[in-house]
Design a protein around this ligand. Structure first.
Ligand SMILES: [Zn+2]
Length: 286
């Protein structure tokens, strides 16, 4: 059925508004000053094929786990909060995911924030790629921040049965009274196109990634768990436990297109090899 011409025009305008980042009044993008890449734990699996079905069956692999702290004007945005700092008290690690992973924390998030002179109450915005425990582990520290979350993820995490999705409310329940912006798609965090939340569902229903325009390095996309490591990105493999396989593939394709359009680099959160190349606190990316 053909759409009336006015409807097509309105749809086109709406699409343009959604896809074009906003710019500051002088026509330039607003500025991200710097981005810290915080060490927020490590994990080890004895069988990586749970993430790469049919490939490397029975092969062990270690994953990095980062948090990212972005300075923009007077604001601090924390992207992901890693594994719980409480795990640091157990150097032998903690079993997670029904035994498929062992989690380690060698450097706490709190100690890294202290090292750079940022108090948890200084964080004005917090966003999580999704609500799995290795991403919301220290969420309860940030009760003063505005939470930016996809509505689908919020409804699952704060709904009647978060455990069914593998979520652990004790890790993030103190956020329930925070100012919260429930998103249904992309979101330009500071209204100037410099930091944009990208809806990338699939790993979980309300999974999101983050586009950051760094002043010197240029654009980067923080993956969240849209993909877990480089080989899976190259071969478009979808982990066994993802919420929706087809949605995951579509999100990967979407990001691949966006990387080209933005001239951006993909930073894959759990890729230990790539994470080892990142500047660590007190150093930062800019
Ligand atoms: Zn996850």
């Amino acid at each position: 059925m053909a759409l009336p011409r006015l409807a097509i025009l309105l749809i086109s305008i709406a699409a343009a508004l959604v896809s074009t980042p906003a710019f500051a009044a002088d026509g330039t993008r607003g500025t991200v000053e710097r981005m810290y890449v915080l060490e927020c734990g490590e994990s080890r699996t004895e069988d990586v094929s749970l993430w790469s079905p049919g490939v490397d069956v029975g092969v062990a692999r270690e994953f990095s786990d980062n948090c990212y702290l972005i300075r923009h004007g007077a604001h601090w945005l924390l992207w992901d909060s890693g594994m719980s700092d409480a795990i640091a008290a157990k150097p032998e690690g903690v079993s997670a995911g029904g035994g498929i992973l062992t989690l380690f924390v060698r450097r706490t998030l709190a100690s890294q924030l202290a090292e750079i002179g940022v108090a948890p109450t200084d964080i004005t915005h917090v966003a999580f790629s999704h609500f799995h425990g290795d991403h919301v582990g220290n969420a309860n520290l940030f009760t003063a921040a505005t939470v930016l979350v996809q509505r689908a993820e919020y409804d699952l995490a704060f709904g009647p049965d978060p455990a069914k999705a593998g979520y652990v409310p004790a890790l993030y329940e103190k956020l329930k009274d925070n100012p919260t912006v429930k998103l249904e798609g992309d979101h330009d965090v500071f209204g100037d196109g410099s930091v944009v939340i990208l809806a990338t569902p699939g790993h979980t229903p309300g999974h999101q990634s983050l586009l950051v325009h760094l002043p010197k390095q240029g654009a980067v996309v923080l993956s969240g768990d849209m993909v877990h490591f480089r080989e899976n990105w190259d071969a478009q493999r979808v982990p066994v436990r993802n919420f929706d396989q087809g949605q995951t593939i579509r999100s990967m394709e979407r990001i691949a297109t966006l990387l080209v359009a933005e001239g951006a680099v993909l930073w894959i959160n759990h890729d230990r090899t790539q994470s080892a190349t990142m500047p660590r606190v007190p150093r930062f990316a800019e």
